[in-house]
Design a protein around this ligand. Structure first.
Ligand SMILES: Cc1cc2nc3c(=O)[nH]c(=O)nc-3n(C[C@H](O)[C@H](O)[C@H](O)COP(=O)(O)OP(=O)(O)OC[C@H]3O[C@@H](n4cnc5c(N)ncnc54)[C@H](O)[C@@H]3O)c2cc1C
Length: 401
């Protein structure tokens, strides 16, 4: 793959940029820039519809279901522009997680039922995998489901379920056979979040927003047809789901956007009459992160190109996750450092960030949301598989330890 931009990619970049400039509502872009969590579900729906109407609702899906068949380089250019324009990056649990699983392992009826409202943002999804005592050790999960006539009856508890309070549907990993070894007895069920017996309880987060939940399932009944693929194959599907977007774990595009925000802050803030960005100490910090980000980008591009190297693919993905999540934390730390005392006022809900902190000489627009983002990103080295688990994978798969 040629990594250098050519005239075709330049033209495509210009097309994407012009589209977002013309169609993305400015207030929505502003809220995405602020970036407090969670974004409103209405903003998600607006972005997803906008993208879908343009044919960009799920670029990575097969064309038959609304995908684009873009080359990896085109997808890379698209994602750079998506983030640069402050468009929300899809409803991840839907188009990026369960969507590809339904495409690969679901049946035709499920594809027809679930994919169109997913790609258009009409139905929002959450992921019910983790449980108390079953996070890193997911295979030990205890939520059970058994068939009663033509229905699955589900009982148990999930935790850390992002967005469960506004999701329409959840995909739940459950134990359907306790008599076999743990990985063999799991199944993947699609559950309406409005089901009788399903209760969602909020978990307070350090950043002040509400995105995390506990989900209690008390004899929840769903039709037998709501199973994806075969009973007992849930572990295989869960692994496919987590591995599907191999390069996404690097958070490359988010890292680039957040670094740009750090630069914006450092261009505006001054120390002793000197712009922060012009002070050697701060410029050095930015340059160090830039160098690491560039290295991350080349690694992502090599994976996108399908380039074979000596390392095990699982180890590569884990390495991208470790580097990407640590970079996110470093970049957000840099933003907060650059803001100095102003950072103390730079967190809170969307309303607070937009109305209270925005646009006054004391609290200029670039301040809003940075501290909330910094606090939220403490979790970047936990969600999607903790840093220690990723390092275990690297040790085992890349170094045979
Ligand atoms: C913001 C956020 C959003 C999330 N969203 C979702 C979601 O939508 N759906 C969902 O299902 N889950 C979600 N999760 C859960 C997430 O996947 C788990 O938190 C994660 O897998 C870690 O599991 P745990 O919390 O049970 O920690 P544990 O597995 O109990 O780990 C605790 C600590 O021990 C370390 N550790 C554990 N085992 C080992 C080992 N073998 N070797 C070395 N160190 C080890 C871990 O690295 C960690 O530091 C989310 C989590 C967060 C923080």
């Amino acid at each position: 793959m040629n990594f250098l931009p050519d005239s075709e990619h330049d033209a495509f970049r210009a097309e994407v940029r012009a589209f977002f400039k013309e169609h993305l509502p400015a207030d929505l872009a502003r809220r995405t820039y602020i970036g407090t969590h969670p974004p409103s579900v209405e903003d998600y729906r607006t972005c997803q519809r906008l993208l879908n109407e343009r044919g960009w609702g799920a670029p990575h899906w097969p064309v038959e279901w609304g995908g684009t068949a873009w080359s990896p380089m085109k997808r890379h250019v698209f994602m750079e522009e998506l983030y640069a324009a402050d468009v929300l990056d899809y409803g991840w649990q839907g188009t990026h997680m369960i969507g590809p699983v339904i495409i690969a392992f679901g049946n035709d009826a499920q594809r027809r039922r679930f994919l169109p409202p997913m790609i258009n943002g009409d139905e929002y999804w959450c992921q019910g995998f983790s449980e108390p005592n079953a996070g890193s050790d997911l295979a030990s999960l205890r939520t059970r489901a058994h068939l009663v006539g033509r229905e699955w009856v589900i009982s148990g508890q999930k935790i850390w379920t992002s967005d469960a309070h506004y999701a329409d549907w959840g995909f739940f990993l459950v134990r359907t056979d306790a008599s076999v070894k743990p990985q063999r007895g799991l199944s993947l069920l699609l559950v309406p979040m409005s089901s009788t017996g399903l209760r969602v309880r909020a978990i307070e987060s350090i950043h002040g927003g509400r995105d995390l939940n506990e989900v209690f399932l008390d004899d929840v009944r769903v039709p037998a047809d709501n199973i994806v693929g075969e009973a007992g194959q849930g572990w295989t599907y869960a692994k496919y789901l987590l591995e599907k977007e191999r390069t996404a774990s690097a958070s490359l595009y988010q890292n680039k956007r957040e670094l740009e925000k750090a630069r914006i802050i450092a261009r505006e803030e001054t120390v002793g009459g000197c712009r922060l960005i012009d002070t050697p100490a701060f410029a050095r910090k930015i340059a160090l992160i830039e160098a690491d980000l560039l290295a991350l980008q080349w690694s992502v591009l090599r994976v996108l190109a399908g380039e074979n190297n000596a390392n095990d693919p699982d180890a590569v993905v884990s390495a991208l996750k470790v580097r990407g999540s640590e970079l996110l934390q470093r970049v957000s730390e840099l933003q907060v450092e650059a803001l100095g005392p102003r950072a103390l006022r730079a967190f809170g809900s969307h309303d607070e960030a937009a109305n209270l902190v925005d646009g006054t000489p004391q609290w200029p627009a670039y301040v809003a949301g940075r501290t909330a983002q910094f606090l939220y990103l403490r979790a970047a080295t936990i969600f999607g598989g903790s840093r220690e688990i990723q390092k275990n994978i690297i040790a085992k798969r890349a170094f045979g330890l």
